[in-house]
Design a protein around this ligand. Structure first.
Ligand SMILES: [Zn+2]
Length: 246
């Protein structure tokens, strides 16, 4: 219900995509706040081991949201996963459905490692240019591919190229999706060099930033090379990491 209120808030706030992002992050707080106050059992009861929930870690108050787009990718996604694990950071992956179909095990692995997996359309189409039917297909096929791996349906939709207009907003809403873009663009996809990626992120970051990077869609070796420095610096500055759910 809280999340619904947030969504309604989104509608009221309406058109500013950046504000949508802040509202969505707000929903993370709400979602987490209402999530389990269940006591944690140290030893799983033999009858129902699946019922044991891990002890919830409090959400960091100074935080960033790391997002990785266009994967999963056989070469770069596992590297990103390893680096995130090394620094104890959780991220949100906006996946392209046709890549999920190619590498379903990576989607499953991301989810199992505690990252959030969300919808970035089936084939990275610009949603502003689609018919209503095609829009639905892009979103639903991707939902299905992700759901088959993680058991739940993404609530966040990141429009390729950040391409949003009133029709995109309305169609997303009809499908129950919250549109999520970013506030800090690493521009890693332009391959500006590792140092430039690091600098762009660290120069623009503040608490609540949604940082855009890529684990798929091309050669992401610069992103992979930049990531440890970025994570080390963010941690040194006292940032924690939150993931997005919508
Ligand atoms: Zn993308």
């Amino acid at each position: 219900m809280d999340v619904r209120l947030t969504r309604a808030g989104n509608r009221a706030v309406g058109l500013a995509v950046m504000m949508l992002v802040s509202a969505v992050i707000g929903s993370v707080v709400v979602a987490a706040a209402k999530s389990p106050a269940k006591p944690v059992t140290p030893t799983p009861p033999a009858a129902a081991p699946a019922a044991v929930t891990p002890s919830p870690t409090p959400l960091p108050t100074k935080y960033v949201v790391l997002t990785f787009d266009d994967g999963p990718d056989a070469e770069y996604t596992p590297k990103v996963l390893d680096i995130l694990a090394l620094y104890g950071a959780k991220a949100t992956f906006f996946e392209v459905g046709q890549n999920v179909r190619k590498h379903p095990e990576l989607t499953k692995q991301l989810h199992a490692a505690g990252h959030s997996v969300q919808n970035h359309t089936w084939d990275h189409s610009d949603l502003r240019k689609l018919t209503a039917a095609r829009f639905q297909q892009e979103v639903r096929l991707t939902d299905q591919a992700i759901r088959a791996q993680i058991g739940s349906t993404p609530g966040c939709l990141r429009p390729p190229y950040g391409g949003v207009n009133p029709a995109v907003r309305q169609r997303a809403r009809q499908l129950g999706k919250d549109l999520v873009v970013w506030t800090v663009d690493s521009r890693d996809w332009t391959k500006p060099g590792t140092a430039a990626i690091v600098q762009r992120v660290l120069k623009n970051v503040h608490s609540g930033s949604v940082i855009l990077m890529h684990d798929g869609g091309g050669n992401r070796s610069q992103t992979v090379a930049a990531l440890p420095t970025i994570l080390k610096a963010l941690k040194a500055q006292g940032y924690g990491f939150r993931t997005l759910t919508c």
